[in-house]
Ligand binder design. Structure first.
Ligand code: NDP
Length: 240
């Protein structure tokens, strides 16, 4: 029997692509985001629960996950996907934007892990897949706080992997390259945004299709529990 998968940030981009793919494959899903109407608009059917959850609010996240677990059983896969990328030079970007990225990209991941790990450890079964970025191991101009947050995701993922591997719990990390999603729509610095667009054009404007990230995540998860594909970085072939 297929077990519960929880996806944060399921309302657009990679999260929506993963929701579609796992739904097509009949997994029970808890789909989370703040814009629940966008998750509803994916028009998925079957064993689906959609709940409002801001990943920076551990109580709200925990309530939604426990409600889904009461219906579908223990979480077997948590995909910490929700994230924000706000660009700008460190000498002029607002500290509010740094805080949003650190709260969402780092605290959000820690919050999710803390909620599901006790039961996964007890069950000696379960998987967490954290969606980081190539900016989690490589610097990019205009990305200081984002890079800091995603280097953080790499570090915390590997730390927790070591802590729980002895209990047959897997922590995996996916580091995608540039993709067409809603990620750039929140950038407030026009110059940084146009430099990003120029960088994409320098690679022929070819970026990752979110469905390929979804397929990668599914492949990693469906490996036997005793196999951990610890880290994958995936980008359009044309990306530098
Ligand atoms: P999108 O902007 O399309 O999706 C981001 C998702 O995160 C949305 O569903 C949004 O949902 C959710 N989200 C943002 N803040 C919060 C919050 N506080 N609480 C709950 N959900 C939140 O971007 P992507 O699909 O591209 O991003 C997904 C992940 O992939 C991110 O972690 C991003 O850093 C990473 N990534 C993206 C790349 C790209 O080029 N697109 C490259 C490398 C990594 P809602 O607003 O409804 O809450």
């Amino acid at each position: 029997m297929k077990k519960l998968i929880v996806i944060t940030g399921a309302s657009s981009g990679f999260g929506a692509a993963m929701a579609r793919l796992f739904n097509e494959n009949d997994y029970p899903l808890l789909l989370l985001g703040r814009r629940t109407e966008k998750i509803e608009a994916l028009n998925l059917s079957g064993e689906i629960m959609i709940r409002h959850a801001d990943v920076t609010d551990q109580d709200e996240l925990s309530k939604a996950i426990h409600e889904a677990e009461a219906k579908y059983g223990a979480t077997d896969l948590l995909i910490n996907n929700a994230g924000v990328m706000l660009l700008g030079n460190v000498w002029k970007q607002s500290s509010k934007e740094w805080q949003t990225m650190l709260d969402t990209n780092v605290m959000g991941v820690l919050n999710g892990m803390q909620i599901v790990l006790p039961e996964m450890k007890e069950n000696h079964h379960g998987t967490i897949i954290n969606i980081s970025s190539i900016a989690g191991f490589k610097a990019f101009q205009n990305h200081a706080a984002y890079v800091a947050s995603k280097f953080g995701v790499h570090g915390l993922s590997e730390t927790v992997r070591q802590e729980v591997s002895g209990e047959n719990v897997r922590v995996m990390l996916v580091a995608p390259g540039a993709a067409e999603t809603e990620l750039l729509t929140h950038v407030t610095d026009d110059k940084a945004l146009s430099e990003y667009e120029e960088w994409k054009q320098s690679m022929g404007g070819i970026t990752l299709d979110p469905k390929h990230v979804a397929e990668t995540v599914k492949f990693m998860y469906e490996m036997p529990q005793e196999v951990n594909i610890r880290e994958v970085d995936i980008a359009a072939t044309a990306q530098d």
